[in-house]
Design a protein around this ligand. Sequence first.
Ligand code: PSU
Ligand code: MN
Length: 303
Amino acid sequence: MKQYLTYSKEVQEAFASGKPVVALESTIISHGMPYPQNVQTAREVEQIIRDNGAVPATIAIIDGKIKIGLSDDELEMFGNSQGVAKASRRDLAYLVATKQLGATTVATTMIAASLAGIKIFVTGGIGGVHRGAETTMDISADLEELAQTDVAVICAGAKSILDLGLTLEYLETNGVPVVGYGTDVLPAFFTRESDFKLNIRADNPETVADILRVKWDLGLKGGAVIANPIPEADAMDKSFIDGIIEDALKEAEEQNISGKDVTPFMLGKVKDLTEGRSLDANIALVKNNAVVGAKIAVALNAK
Ligand code: PSU
Ligand code: MN
């Protein structure tokens, strides 16, 4: 297994000195945001993690290896080239074997983080059960990964391009804790609240670290979702963004968008329809998650 992993110098040094490491995904760079904001955000998020006492490891598939920690040039390459495949669990072996460029989704980043021994992973939003999944069966592989891989994902909940109720049901069935960070309800990415109450709340990084430690000590396999609401100042108006999402969903259906193209299409459409305001919110919430994720990694590393 080790032959397929390579590490940046910064990550190697972190492991050697026992510093906490935080995983970051690359699909958010290649398929989640436009250039050049994607690369700039990726760099700033990495720096926020350092500023909060942890070491960032952005993960991607390059030249037959799973890279744990990207160089500045590699970040630029992932943000600014067309030929990058969106790599979910299904695609991982194929892309490594054929030495293609692969951007890791939440699912694949969890797999790679787990192989590298990293427990904490920061991103924007997770995939979930799509609206209409009862006919399309479009359920993100991210959920299946959360059910089986021991990595906690710090995110701003899930976008209401998904069916949030069904997403929570799926996670419950699979025993995945969804922890509201300073909140009693599931955050809906662009907005701080949704209609869905959560059963677990934590108000500080230490409590989250304690929950994770006990879960894994007990041998309860699988990940956890740490749902951290977008900062008040950056949140979007609920009825405005809900209307935009409805329009974007209609357009996706008219254009017969399916499979792995659905989420990137929706992200791009919502950005266009909001004239970039959704992108500003997206960037703000990822940075906010980086602060919290780094603190959780530090707390988990402390005992
Ligand atoms: N949600 C976002 N931004 C993203 C994604 C989801 O708000 O960039 C990306 C993540 O990489 C996630 C993937 O793992 O989309 C889910 O894709 P799918 O629905 O095809 O599983
Ligand atoms: Mn899908």
